[in-house]
Design a protein around this ligand. Sequence first.
Ligand code: GLN
Length: 540
Amino acid sequence: MTKHIFVTGGVVSSLGKGLTSASVGMLLEQRGLSVRMQKLDPYINVDPGTMSPYQHGEVYVLDDGSETDLDLGHYERFTNGPLTSGSNFTTGQIYLKVIEKERRGEYLGKTVQVVPHITNEIKSCILDLGGPDVDVVITELGGTIGDIEGLPFLEAIRQIPLDIGKENCLFIHLTLVPYLRAAREMKTKPTQHSVGQLRQIGIQPDILIVRTEREMGQENLEKIAMFCNVEKKAVIEEVDKTLSIYEVPQGLVENKLDQLIVNKLGMVAGRLDMQEWYDMLNRIRHPEHEVTIAVVGKYIEHRDAYKSIYESLDHAGFSHAARVIIKRIEAEELLEQGPEVALAGIDGLLIPGGFGMRGIEGKIEAIRYARQCEIPFFGICLGMQCAVIEFARNALNLDGANSTEFTDSTHHPVICMLEEQKKITYKGGTMRLGAQPCVLEEGSLARRTYNADSIEERHRHRYEFNPEYKKQFLDAGMNISGKSPNGLLAEIVEIPEHPWFLAVQFHPEFKSKPLRPHPLFRGFVEAALEHHQQRAPVSV
Ligand code: GLN
């Protein structure tokens, strides 16, 4: 029988519910249990695919092509259970399913209502993730207790213990205990209120995880336990981690959260082995080197817009015992300042993915500078398209070369939509989405770096390298080192003459984990470290 853990959040948003849920998943996996993670988002958009990165941060893409919430990125970085379209549901998706059933007449003329029809649909989305090979499903509820739109989800999870047995369910509630500087006191009242609201709905949390700025002390823990009707040992404090998000699981282990969950759910689990993880934390705490990587993008001020890219750079740093300093640069500002000023002192340049024209010229200018000054360069999706445009304009002298995403009047559409390919590769709409195979050319940097002759990576884009220009690019020194198996699509380009210049049409950042950094990120950071040493041999 699969056990179900529900994670809710109270008091304020942005408490790191996703990270905490992912950490819980990780601890249970480390104890030998098979875990599935899931996020339920109360907004009405069917998926985050069409939401602005300013509003929602990065759209995280899964192997099966689902466009999901960025918390699923945390899940994949911390845990190993497979994630699929069943791992992220929104209110919009739930209503869509119910309305489609209603149109097909499946409700046999009954009045279709939030309770039971919407709540039943939510319950089946949760329970469907269980199965004979799954020990635990962890379902994280987006939003904060008290939000109107979260109510159907809370009602659904309230009912689940009645359906599958109380002993198979566990409710974890994450709250905040703020420190009031003026009163020099920590305040437990918001937590009491938040749990009070949950209990009104009929949910009694089994475990409280309490985020705090500083240690809370026994008295406060006891107060929370009593007022919230939770055992004292089930009030777990999670003191802010300032160095790295990868420290979160350690704090939870120190508070014996894994054992508490295993006991409460009556599970048989193995011993916890965190050695490899703790070795990594050690490397994070005591870096031996330092590199500066510039990320030039359009949504730079939004911390979460390039979340997986920043994480992947960090992972690569961990494996080299290096601290990666990320310099975020707004593409339009780079154009104003000029690349010599904006990119002064960097060891590597990364251009991430994106949509739309704003900032394109700044990115192209940054790439020109990195190519000509032999600074390691890594382009991702739109970053590869910009590298192709830059090379066409400045190395092939194709004036005004561009992508047809930005103009339809260019004489040199080096990036364009391939109509024929669209029918074969693109699922549903016009977007090429999800994991696709790629064959790596012998002797290339890509093949050496991956140490493989074929790979699978996740895509999310519409436009492609225009194969009509292939020969001109090859002749001028830009190779296509990764191709789709039919040889038609350019997936990776590189410049063999350059110390490290590689750009990919896919999104490698979705497959990097702290203990298994993505080979391309690792290779890029290694090249940046070499650049750093050459640049300032005595400063390390
Ligand atoms: N806008 C480009 C395209 O649609 C790149 C997309 C991306 O970077 N994810 O092809």
